[in-house]
Design a protein around this ligand. Sequence first.
Ligand SMILES: NC(=O)c1ccc[n+]([C@@H]2O[C@H](COP(=O)([O-])OP(=O)(O)OC[C@H]3O[C@@H](n4cnc5c(N)ncnc54)[C@H](O)[C@@H]3O)[C@@H](O)[C@H]2O)c1
Length: 428
Amino acid sequence: MKEGVTWLSQDNMESTIRDIGLAPQGQLKIDWVQAHMPVLNTLREEFEKTQPFQGKKVTICLHLEAKTAYLAKVVQAGGAEVTVAASNPLSTQDDVVAALVAGGVHAHAWYGATDEEYHQHLHRALDFEPDYIIDDGGDLVSTLHKERRELLPKVLGGAEETTTGILRLRAMEKNGELAFPMMAVNDAEMKYLFDNRYGTGQSVWDGIMRTTNLVVAGKTVCVVGYGWCGKGVALRAKGLGARVIICEVNPIKANEAWMDGFEVMPMLAAAPLGDFFVTVTGNKNVISGEHFQVMKDGAILANAGHFDVEVNKVQLAAMAQSCREVRRNIEEYLLQDGRKIYLLAEGRLVNLAAGDGHPAEVMDMTFALQALALHYLATVKTPLEPKVYSVPTEMDMRVAELKLKTLGLSIDQLSEEQKSYLASWQHS
Ligand SMILES: NC(=O)c1ccc[n+]([C@@H]2O[C@H](COP(=O)([O-])OP(=O)(O)OC[C@H]3O[C@@H](n4cnc5c(N)ncnc54)[C@H](O)[C@@H]3O)[C@@H](O)[C@H]2O)c1
């Protein structure tokens, strides 16, 4: 493991990063995405004038690649002091982090951090004593509540990026354990309809294809979980020419998959058929020993759910006589009977750990919601209770309208007559 370095910024705040010398190439990556994030650009201009986060500290825990870096810059432009940490040790891009630090954002992260380093980084990002947080998957919130309770009274609120994080927040809320308000950004329509579906759909295949350099057309792809992400992954696999099988536990989603034209069967029946397997359930051990037992020689496993627990790596390792890296981000498990099973990116989110994540135009909408959620928390008149809050419909609509405007698209408006027709029941 290469050591990271400590970097002191002008305000004497420490950052722990790999190499500040990488900043110029990281800045180029940020400039590229900025040019493709017009909604966030509009908000940045607005925040520069209104300074909604003046004097506040914001800790952001997201996948540290260029789009996230630009979100951090937009929050900084709104007057905040910003610290970032990674939400996944394999998705951090050291050059992007260096560029952030060179631009006055504090950072504690490097690519390939061990579990211990990853947690140290979260703690350092919390030593900053944030007023607001942005989390992805719930590790920051969980660390605050379990290990850094002395900081809880200062936190005014935060926003959560993904399905898994919101499940964890709702469990905390139900147990009366959530100490500050959290905005459920994932559940906004302008988030999950585009980010989870089209973003994950495209970037998962980008990650798998660039990592394996293999053809998808003509192969059998098994998608486990037909939620918003699974729908996108399946749709794009079909578009690439694959035969697609869906495994689900929810009978409604299974019917939907069938009507969408996919084969539907239990995991045990799909296991011997698949060339590629993609898990997107947010659940654990959805592919495990009994499935590895019957898979084809050469089957390739990838996960796109938040945590690296969807493919049971412990069982896979126990069943293997050896394991070696055969290509960057591809581990080959040689089973006792001579079959080889390949796991991509250690079973972590394949699109981020073995790719650059969602397209910039998609993250433009998601991160506009994050920026507006933070703005809402910072400007709300009556302080919010410590609960999980839906993003207000007006905020969702604002992002939708801004997006249409940046696309140069216009739509029709309801007439007064139509509005009253839709709002009444006394007509035939
Ligand atoms: N890779 C990414 O960039 C990315 C982006 C957004 C969300 N996510 C993550 O992806 C995961 C899924 O998110 P989503 O928004 O699609 O959630 P979702 O709730 O819409 O869908 C999950 C689906 O998985 C199904 N499921 C659960 N357990 C299963 C099992 N054992 N076998 C088969 N199906 C099972 C559920 O019935 C559900 O339909 C979450 O962990 C989320 O945080 C990843």
